[in-house]
Design a protein around this ligand. Structure first.
Ligand SMILES: [Zn+2]
Length: 529
């Protein structure tokens, strides 16, 4: 609440301004009804006030001298306070607090070059062709997910430097030096690269499938889909599709390139798993079985590496392998621990639906939120009305992962950025971030020493996997070599940002604004937990 004086043609005039909110949103207001002073933290009903919508879709409530204001006698005004959830944000709003997990750190985070004129980020030259030169800037572009929805979150220079504990000046100095100092913590987190040549065209089988429920998918088989109703597989792969034909995938066609990329990713997955005998979990290829960490509840250490395939302009794919180490606690272990301490089924279910509803699911590492806790055992749960397999059979056939038929409770999980919900066994859902997880120093030391051996192991596995990389009869990687990535400061910084922020729980305060026809969240304060 503020009182300000404005001037119009008749001289000075008082108005009130401030913020009004109810349980669904909050808006700034101005009141011309100065005969009716509004009191902070009180509830009113307004008749015939009007709303002004600006070009950026933000709104202002205007209380005129004719507006009728009725005070409401409310014992507890808290029910009129908006608790912001991402799903409910449909237009710009200032000074709100959001809690969520960072599900993506975009590749254009870190040190960027910005056009001096239009402030666009530039790569080779300004997208708006300004030709006015550029300056360095530091920013983090990410996605924040709170269980109801997700929003693009951008940390601007000041807040990025606080989070990263680096200042822009130092970074610029490093960026302009030709030779970089070696990293103090060794090079265990360096990415390895491999370039694969792709032929102009690849012959595959294209099959039509009405039912994408994955009944055709089997662990270890090279079949990918277009996400709609087409499946693609090598010409020598066994199958039982009835409606199929051979066709060429062209490296020059955009849609075909997407399929080629998926085929390479899937083929790599098969080839890596064959070598390690380990699984894909949290989106990383494990290099050994998960290690229980004594002294931190039931959390386990997952070590392995992630794979990223980038198709380049010419007939080339660049594959990046990056060592990763995560500490994660599964919902199953959590439920058992709570149970041993005497918690009731209802208390556990309530907790899983509220404070602990954000999870990451195996094996993909995708994020979701628990929508329903189903008190039924995995062995008695069917996949769907049309697919009569049990959850246990499904996980064995599709992912080659053993689920105990006695696992309970099952978790219906709604996936991030999607309307789809799937039912998961609790051992395949993990809490994100370090929510309640305190890692003692001794354990931290153990994790660090484990990490330091990662890179060598990863390189050994990946160089074999690349040599074995095949789509049908076509050998893709026979001439490829794994190379060390000569990391420049930008790449290192991006890696550091990913390590620091990806998968972390944050609570942030800031404003939501329209940028490029999309709502972005700009925090002015942020706290990682
Ligand atoms: Zn420009």
């Amino acid at each position: 609440m503020k009182t300000t004086e404005r001037r119009d043609a008749l001289g000075n005039k008082l108005i009130f301004s401030g913020i009004l909110e109810d349980s669904t949103f909050k808006v700034p207001f101005v009141s011309h009804r100065i005969t009716y002073p509004l009191i902070r933290n009180s509830v009113y009903k307004f008749y015939s006030a009007y709303v002004h919508e600006f070009d950026d879709k933000s709104v202002l409530l205007i209380i005129t001298e004719h507006t009728k204001i009725e005070p409401k006698n409310i014992e507890d005004y808290k029910e009129f306070i908006w608790v912001p959830k991402i799903e409910s944000i449909k237009r710009p709003v200032h000074y709100i607090g959001l809690q969520g997990v960072i599900t993506t750190v975009h590749g254009n985070s870190g040190l960027v070059k910005r056009c001096n004129n239009c402030k666009s980020i530039l790569y080779d030259s300004c997208p708006n062709r300004c030709n006015d030169g550029w300056g360095w800037d530091l920013r983090v572009s990410s996605r924040l997910y709170d269980g109801t929805g997700s929003i693009k979150m951008v940390l601007t220079k000041d807040i990025s430097s606080r989070v990263l504990q680096k200042n822009l000046g130092e970074l610029i100095l490093l960026a302009t030096q030709t030779k970089l100092p070696t990293l103090s913590n060794g090079n265990q987190f360096q990415t390895s690269l491999c370039t694969i040549r792709i032929p102009d065209s690849i012959e595959v089988i294209e099959a039509v499938t009405e039912n994408l429920s994955s009944s055709y998918r089997r662990s270890g088989r090279l079949i990918v889909t277009d996400g709609r109703n087409l499946a693609f597989l090598p010409t020598n792969e066994e199958h039982n599709f009835t409606n199929f034909s051979n066709r060429q995938l062209y490296a020059s066609e955009i849609e075909d390139r997407k399929i080629i990329k998926r085929l390479i990713e899937k083929a790599l997955e098969i080839s890596i798993k064959k070598i390690t005998g380990n699984k894909l979990m949290h989106g990383i290829f494990l290099l050994e079985d998960p290690i229980p960490l004594y002294g931190c509840e039931r959390a386990r250490l997952y070590i392995g590496f992630s794979v990223r395939v980038n198709l380049k302009e010419k007939n080339e794919a660049v594959v990046e392998f990056t060592p990763q180490a995560y500490v994660r606690e599964s919902v199953f272990d959590y439920v058992n621990l709570r149970r041993e301490r005497g918690a009731s089924a209802n208390a556990i279910a309530r907790n899983l639906m509220t404070y602990r509803n954000r999870v990451i699911v195996a094996p993909t590492g995708n994020y979701g939120s628990i929508a329903e806790v189903i008190m039924r055992k995995a062995g008695t749960q069917r996949i769907s009305d049309t697919d009569t397999r049990s959850l246990v059979e499904f996980w064995k056939e599709i992912y080659d992962i053993d689920i105990s038929p006695d696992e309970i409770p099952l978790l219906k999980t709604k996936m991030v950025n999607s309307e789809n919900a799937f039912t998961y066994p609790p051992s395949m859902c993990f809490f994100v971030g370090g929510d309640s997880l305190v890692i003692p120093a001794g354990v931290q030391g153990f994790i660090e020493s484990k990490k330091s051996t990662l890179k060598a192991k990863m390189d050994e596995v990946t160089s074999k996997a690349i040599k074995d990389l095949k789509i049908g009869e076509l050998c893709l990687g026979s001439e490829s070599e794994i190379t060390e990535k000569d990391n420049d400061i930008q790449t290192r910084l991006l890696q550091e940002i990913r390590q620091k922020l990806f998968g972390r729980n944050v609570s942030a305060r800031g404003s939501v604004m329209y940028v490029h026809d999309e709502l972005w969240f700009f925090p002015s304060q942020i706290q990682l937990s």
